[in-house]
Design a binder for this molecule. Structure first.
Ligand SMILES: [Cu+2]
Length: 464
């Protein structure tokens, strides 16, 4: 095959790939619609899936399994299952409350010893004795913590969750290999302090605090976890085949959010075609509105909701990820489970266009969508609330996915023949890694660390 023929073939492959992506998007949009219409009682299709237990006791089984990549590959993994459940990647998100005595029972079904460490937690016990490094007879350190022996061993870890925040748990035994194989998960410690009761809102719509600080108030319906990780499939293949792998050859090929590659990142929690990758990373942001009353100053404003969304970021690769949510700057309020503040208590929050997500680090970020123009889809030219952008005439508008306003889309009847996948005039903005290599997957473009942020139009709206 000459070079031109090869190029043409490559282009054809690329176009085919794009078509596949479009079909996948349409499929996912349909599934989102179906899930949104499901009756209550099912697992939530969006938001953080917290594994909770009133006694803060969790059983994790370290085991093997496979995950699906958007390019059709399957990758062999090690990760944690909750109790006797199936393998999942990443491990379950454990949610506890400040002051809880947290107990994690580790069952090891892997062919080598493993352990769990809890960075940021103090006075961790293993089977009741303080955690300490383990050494072999030559004096070489083999583990940061007491292990659950290979092929059926057990170890119980416990600690008091003293500080609220976002943390990780991960393998403390040969972590360069075992964490890369998938042995990690997130730990959320909720603060003792409650958010001030907001009399303008019903009991089930009350805000929460991320930390023991009133400025960290957020909307719990809009709380998300974003665990960013990476995979070298050749390393995973070697482990699967029981072959040696020289870690100097490590070269990540896949970059994932919550264990998924794009466009699966947008799929709902527990999507049926991803049986071992349960976590979505499509953040759903509700419009921010701090007007307690309508213009008459008396009528309560049905759109009142002055609390931001919270994204909890976790970096679990060996590379740093410059993560960029379009359409917003993020407000970083905490790193590694510690509020960004001076010793005197003044906040040092950072407004970020791009969030640096570093290995082993956690970052808590707020997003606020403010309807600064008080947009009204029915406003006429000359009205005080007229949107300051002139809409083009209907004949000059190609109708498509985001028909309507140049800003958020409205809820008018669509033109005959128009096809749209958005449910209520909501808008989707991409949120992605700014390192171009890290949005690829083994050479395929646009399947890496990419997800979307869903923003609903200003209230009142018909959004589910
Ligand atoms: Cu960008």
């Amino acid at each position: 095959m000459n070079n031109i023929a090869r190029l043409t073939q490559r282009r054809r492959l690329f176009v085919f790939g794009l078509m596949l992506a479009v079909v996948a998007m349409a499929f996912i949009a349909n599934s989102v619609l179906q899930v949104a219409a499901d009756s209550p009682g099912l697992a939530p299709s969006a938001g953080i899936i917290c594994t909770e237990n009133v006694t803060a006791t969790f059983t994790l089984s370290a085991k093997t399994g496979y995950i699906n990549m958007a390019d059709g590959n399957q990758v062999f993994m090690w990760s944690y299952a909750e109790g006797k459940d199936d393998f999942q990647y990443p491990g379950p998100i454990l949610c506890v409350h400040e002051g809880d005595t947290v107990t994690v029972v580790l069952h090891n079904q892997l062919p080598e010893d493993t352990s769990i460490v809890f960075p940021g937690q103090v006075n961790v016990l293993a089977n009741g004795t303080p955690v300490e490094p383990q050494f072999d007879v030559q004096g070489t350190m083999t583990s940061f913590s007491q292990v659950a022996p290979a092929n059926g061993g057990t170890m119980t870890y416990s600690f008091v969750a003293e500080e609220p925040g976002t943390y990780v748990y991960q393998s403390g035994t040969n972590p360069a290999l075992q964490t890369q194989m998938g042995l990690f998960g997130a730990l959320v410690v909720r603060p003792a302090m409650a958010a001030p009761y907001d009399a303008n809102l019903p009991a089930d719509k009350q805000p929460m605090l991320a930390y023991n600080d009133a400025t960290t108030v957020y909307n719990p319906d809009s709380e998300y976890m974003m665990m960013l990780s990476e995979i070298d499939p050749l390393l995973h293949r070697a482990v699967e085949m029981g072959q040696p792998f020289d870690m100097n050859d490590y070269n990540a090929r896949y970059y994932l959010i919550n264990g998924r590659t794009f466009p699966d990142t947008l799929a709902p929690n527990y999507a049926s075609w991803l049986p071992n990758q349960p976590y979505s990373s499509l953040a759903h942001i509700y419009p921010f509105n701090d007007h307690e009353f309508l213009a008459d100053g008396v009528t309560p404003n049905p759109a009142y909701y002055p609390y931001p969304a919270l994204d909890r970021f976790v970096g679990m690769g060996v590379e740093s990820y410059p993560f960029h949510p379009h359409a917003f700057n993020a407000q970083i309020v905490a790193r590694d489970g510690r509020l960004l503040a001076t010793p005197g208590g003044d906040n040092l929050y950072e407004e970020r266009f791009s969030l640096p997500i570093s290995p082993g680090q956690t970052t808590d970020a707020f997003y606020t969508f403010t309807d600064v123009y008080m947009w009204n889809p029915d406003a006429q030219p000359g009205d005080p609330d007229e949107f300051p952008v002139q809409l083009p005439g209907q004949q000059n508008l190609p109708s498509g996915l985001f028909y309507g306003s140049p800003f958020l889309g409205n809820q008018d009847t669509r033109p005959v023949g128009d096809v749209s996948f958005n449910q209520c005039g909501e808008f989707y903005h991409i949120a992605h890694n700014h390192n171009l290599q890290q949005i690829t997957g083994w050479g395929v473009v646009l399947i890496g660390q990419i997800t979307f942020t869903r923003i609903d139009p200003p209230m009142p709206n018909n959004c589910p």
